[in-house]
Design a binder for this molecule. Sequence first.
Ligand code: NAD
Length: 420
Amino acid sequence: MLATATIEKNAYDVALENFDLAADALGLEDGLRAMIKYPERVLQVSIPVRLDSGKIVRFEGYRVQHNTTRGPAKGGIRFHPNVTADEVKALATWMTWKCAVVNIPFGGGKGGVTCNPKALSLGELERMTRRYASAILPLIGPEKDIPAPDVYTTPQVMAWIMDTYSMNKGYPVHGVVTGKPVSLGGSLGRNEATGRGVFYTTQSSAEHLKIPVKDARVVVQGFGNAGSIAANLFHQAGARVIAASDTRGAIWNAKGLDVPAAMAFKDRTGSLAGFPGAEKITPAELLALECEILVPAALESTITADNAASIHTRIIAEAANGPVTPEADRILDQKGVFLIPDILCNAGGVTVSYFEWVQDENHLFWDEQDVNRQLEKVMTRAFADTLKIYLERKATMRLAANMLGVSRVAEAARVRGLYP
Ligand code: NAD
């Protein structure tokens, strides 16, 4: 199996290649490319942690600031066994273009710890988080670099980071992280924001393609924060979510899953596996289902040259970061699949993170309706800006979004000039 699988590039190589394609299409001069292509800062930290047993173990952690031309670095923190320096650099690079695509005044950053948080007790997780936060403390702050949740990090993890930072400063600093619990200066609507943005951009795509969302068949790979919330919004809009998956398996019901019941089941049992009212299928079968909307909402590189040909959908909504590899992109493009690229599709999370930061800095909080209304406005405008380039330049949607993001950062770099 491994011997026949296509060898694909790592995520950071993909990020650099996508930058080059956008810069070429924009005709960007070499000097500006040199100024904005690579990470400004890469910090690698060692995180020793005392386990409940008394034993001390060590984890590796990272914080990367890719670009701060348009504002403070912004990007999540991932706790996962597969975290590497290159993965964090790729995710930080995508954050730069993503913040520019939705036109919020932030640059791109990302953090991660190579660990399996599911194998840690709550106390061990707290000690690891606080030690990691202390180690990256010189880089972060509300005016320079603002972390947020990503895979396997939660509002509770953000609260520990906010507390660690504040104790070191000697006063409370709410704006140092977003995605906090609402009781600690978090924003209403932040938890749902990524899934909501996925829904809005898919709705705009369906309108453009003249596909009714009502009764559309939706398949969701990865039923976590981004995937399950998006699934529920499609369900509420009258679409049929016919299949969903998580790390433990995939489920299918041609008539449509009862999404709220599936969410409650996963909350209760930790997985979708065994959900009543659905049949078990394999992850490969899930991707090959005929549908109108496919939402990859798990991790990078789940759709590759090995499985792209078997996909039968009209729209792919990239809720995850980097789920489709460049080789798969080419295959899907030839099949006429309309792809909503990650830096547009999942930008709802960082957009409401920006709203949270604005609320924290102003000590004035908005109600959820205002948050959702502003989010819809930002996502709809970003979609329209990307679609305009897609249509005018006959580009792919990924190239169009990268061109939009890169051009906005390049323009800001041009007017700031090169220091010294
Ligand atoms: P999460 O931890 O809440 O959920 C991830 C889900 O994916 C889990 O249900 C897990 O079981 C499942 N999963 C993992 N590997 C899988 C596989 N191979 N097949 C099927 N399911 C698998 O994480 P999340 O916050 O929802 O993030 C998911 C993706 O969305 C990531 O790529 C993340 O970077 C991206 N994203 C999240 C946000 C956000 O605000 N949460 C914002 C932007 C982008």
